[in-house]
Design a protein around this ligand. Sequence first.
Ligand SMILES: Cc1ncc(COP(=O)(O)O)c(C=O)c1O
Ligand SMILES: N[C@@H](CCCC[NH3+])C(=O)O
Length: 459
Amino acid sequence: MVSTLSSSTQATPVVSPNQSLYPLTSRTNSQGHLEIGGCDVVELVQEFGSPLYILDEWTLRRACQLYRDTLAQCYGGTSQVLYATKAWNCLAICALALQEGLGLDVASGGELYTALQAGAKGEDLYLHGNAKSVEELKMALEVGCTVVVDSLFELEQLAALATPEQPARLLLRINPGIDVHTHEYIRTGQTDSKFGIGQFQLPQAFEFLSQHLQLRCVGFHAHIGSQIFDLQGHRDLVGVLAQIWRQGLHKGLPLQELNVGGGLGIRYVESDDPPSIPAWVETVATAVQQGFGLAGIPLPKLLCEPGRSLIGPAAVTAYTLGGQKGIPASDDLPEGRTYITIDGGMSDNPRPMTYQARYTARLANRPEAEPTQLVTVAGKHCESGDVLLRDIRLPDPVAGEVLVVLATGAYNYSMASNYNRYPRPAAVLVNEGQAQLILRRETYADLIRQDLLPERLLR
Ligand SMILES: Cc1ncc(COP(=O)(O)O)c(C=O)c1O
Ligand SMILES: N[C@@H](CCCC[NH3+])C(=O)O
């Protein structure tokens, strides 16, 4: 666990990135500033502007390697890690994951297109979605990507598009009926969910597959939810899938691949205590070996598709602090409240508003200063709920200082919007003292790129 900063020049000891609040290369430099990937965060903001997403290449690679290597070491069969690109999909990140030997889970035509542009091939790709369009399915078939089929309706759609010459390679997404303790909006494996084929629908699905030989069902997939700290959910999941696998084999399906989804949580605040990446991988691998190997079923190729635990801890968002508003104590508000503004908010990180997500923040120019003052960090949008951090302690922050919010790599840029017509921030990839722009800051011109102005509306 890394929750404090190293001020030495030694590399930080290797830990599981998802248990660290900071990117693993973080340290306090000789200026007393926060440094990530060998780059001074205050200087990064001066050079690239604010707000700024800062992605630490070493931390991301380390997380990819931990998943990939632990799986290869502790699982007796073949395996493949897929990066769930919905967490943050852009050319550079897709390319980096491919370089590390990962495949890519894409959840839309747009994510698929980006992955292809980043160099992915059909065999690297798995297309998700509970309501895929015909265009998305056609695109997947054309590039030879595996389709993770979410419903009986989609099986019919695929059967109409695939041919014996261009068969569809698919996994069935199963709803395993497993409930986990995470935010209601990010649970996906419970019976009452829009995702996946219910177990009560499986006889129909198997029958349909046996009648449509242009559909090659090579395995099953399930995903029980996100930001999960308890390993039991995935143990239970493997048990359910092993039973269904037996039924599928009995029906003559050419099963090879078992995809157990993603979901491992990360540390956002000090009190979060997720299991490490190796602990999660070992749990899953052991459960599959027990559920399959011991039951005499040949081991499937084991796939998993983490998103948050790969990219979340690798990035931070840097903001510039603005003015403050102090509300005096009253009966309703015994401690009063100090609002401090930032130059970003719900448009670059909608998670606090959407899931009541909590984060940790530090000042980049004095990360080790004693956090004395109770403040609430408010975004710049026209919404009362646009509050990024509620009642946190900072060391008497002043306007102009750079506030760094930690662990913002997952579901921040990918869920960002242009609400209030704010341009999306830039993102830089930092490594060994070099910073490279991987996403340009949007301009006002970008904001009206798609606008059309019929001439008759002009005054
Ligand atoms: C189908 C599927 N796979 C993988 C993921 C990645 O999950 P996580 O980011 O929690 O690892 C998600 C998101 O929850 C998902 O819906
Ligand atoms: N967007 C969610 C995770 C959902 C992942 C998609 N199934 C979050 O930020 O926590």
